[in-house]
Design a protein around this ligand. Structure first.
Ligand code: PEP
Length: 256
């Protein structure tokens, strides 16, 4: 059985007091969640991670970083290493978000190094992949996602690959208010699972959590999370509102 996960990507939002209020509300309200509910991961900006770790001690959520540097330490002003995050007991890190690929020129090879570093320090990578609108219109979306996975993840031996979470985030859906349809999400998630089965084996494909991200909100989450290959979501804008985010965490179909 693979894990259901809902991860919040706060991006570069909220001041300290707003972040504290949101975390306090989440930690109180998510503490009452159901036994078989999803794993919930909060990825705030770096300066708020220690506060998130303190709030996470009540068990309502786990914590994640939005980025890491692949090296453990050194002259890289402004960067944060997986080693540092591991020493604070951070659980997850987002790697390869399209905003980092686009605005910070992060290459597939650099992302592959980050994945290695995360695993070395026992952080669970949430590896993002997804096509632009032009690539989808040119019907290259499957090829683009295959290439991103091959370059960023498929260098891993099976035992390490099994510790990775994948997030399919079509770039055209991120922050636009236009989410992938249930069918588009399911089609790509099934494709990703097929690639994993071919690269590794069907058992590994069956236990890999594949999250959907891109304008996911309380209204569309139930339809998206009902798809057989959608194991949860990576949530941007809608994770900044406590009630909406909590409602997303409760959007999975009841277990049969
Ligand atoms: C994201 O940035 O990972 C994301 C999914 O953003 P949004 O939900 O705002 O589209």
């Amino acid at each position: 059985m693979r894990k259901k996960i809902v991860a919040a990507n706060w991006k570069m939002n909220l001041d300290f007091n707003m972040a504290e209020d949101l975390m306090a509300e989440l930690s109180e309200k998510l503490a009452e969640r159901e036994e078989d509910g999803p794993e919930i991961v909060i990825c705030p900006p770096f300066p708020y991670l220690e506060m998130a770790i303190d709030f996470s001690e009540d068990g309502a959520f786990l914590t994640g970083a939005q980025n890491i540097h692949p090296l453990d330490a050194g002259p890289y002003t402004g960067e944060v290493s997986a080693a540092m995050l591991a020493s604070m007991l951070v659980d997850y890190c987002i790697i390869g978000h399209s905003e980092r690929r686009l605005h910070f020129g992060e290459s597939d090879a650099f992302l592959a190094e980050k994945v290695k570093a995360a695993l070395k320090w026992d952080l669970t990578p949430i590896f993002c992949c997804g096509e632009t609108l032009d690539q989808r219109n040119e019907k290259r979306h499957f090829e683009v996602v295959s290439d991103q996975l091959a370059a960023g993840l498929f260098h891993l031996p099976e035992s390490e690959f099994r510790r990775v979470v994948i997030a399919y985030e079509p770039v055209w859906a991120i922050g636009t208010g236009v989410n992938a349809t249930n069918e588009q999400a399911q089609e790509m998630h099934a494709w990703i699972r097929k690639l994993i089965a071919e690269k590794y084996n069907p058992a590994t494909a069956a236990v890999t959590s594949i999250l959907y991200g891109g304008s996911c909100n309380a209204g569309n989450a139930p339809g998206l999370f009902a798809q057989p290959d959608v194991d949860g979501g990576l949530i941007g804008g809608a994770s900044l509102k406590a009630d909406e985010f909590i409602s997303i965490t409760r959007s999975f179909p009841a277990r049969q």
